[in-house]
Design a protein around this ligand. Structure first.
Ligand code: FMN
Length: 200
């Protein structure tokens, strides 16, 4: 598969066969992720692979409960929209494997000096995105399907506790991984001219 084809044909997969990707396959995908660029080559990403079972179930339950709470706290016009998001944010329940990717919190020194720009300046979150994209393309190349989820971050504290990550870590995303049981149509994409401008 050439790179352009892989970039254009990768789709987000939310329906999976029951087969679990073997450990060596997952390890190889993480090797591809670790090839991504990172600030000062820190590679400060951690991957936790979770098979179907009690922890998988607990993650799903806490994300759903968290969004129920958020919807209840925001009754009124926002509530319907939020309830619509809820299903979208927890559509990872079929995945035979969940990968949770976490990164280090920004250094206090940096937060103190530059406030809420610290995370972007430190760069670990954006580099986690690059690592995740590597992993997703490598998975696609091997006939596996993936989908990224960030709505679950609403339940970040609970997920950090469930996974025993410690409070110096932040969750970058959850990735559902498995063998695809659907062939989604490609969603429309913008033209480069709609998103690109050149200045001189
Ligand atoms: C940061 C990020 C967060 C996403 N969160 C969700 C999500 O919570 N639920 C979901 O079903 N898909 C999620 N997606 C997948 C997008 O919906 C999907 O990438 C988009 O519709 C384009 O489809 P494609 O990936 O098949 O090209 C997310 C994607 C990204 C990059």
């Amino acid at each position: 598969m050439d790179l352009e084809r892989a970039l254009l044909d990768r789709r987000s997969i939310r329906r999976f066969k029951r087969d679990v990707p073997p450990d060596d396959v997952v390890q190889n995908l993480v090797r591809m992720a670790l090839a991504a660029p990172s600030p000062m080559n820190r590679q400060d990403w951690r991957f936790t692979a979770i098979r179907m079972g009690a922890l998988h179930e607990a993650i799903k339950t806490s994300v759903a409960a968290c969004w129920d709470r958020i919807c209840d706290e925001n009754e009124g016009s926002a509530s319907d929209a939020l309830r619509g998001y809820k299903g979208h944010f927890s559509a990872f329940d079929e995945a035979p494997l969940l990968l949770v990717i976490d990164v280090k919190r920004p250094a206090r020194l940096l937060e103190h000096a530059v406030g809420d720009r610290a995370e972007r300046i430190q760069g670990d979150l954006i580099s986690a995105g690059m690592a995740i994209q590597n992993l997703m393309l490598a998975a696609h190349h091997q006939g596996l399907g993936t989908c990224v989820f960030t709505g679950c971050i609403a339940a970040e504290e609970e997920l950090i506790r469930l996974l025993g990550l410690g409070h110096q870590r932040r969750i970058a995303a959850l990735v559902a991984l498995g063998y695809p049981d659907e062939t989604p149509m490609a969603p429309a994409r913008c033209e480069p001219t709609e998103r690109l401008r050149f200045l001189a």
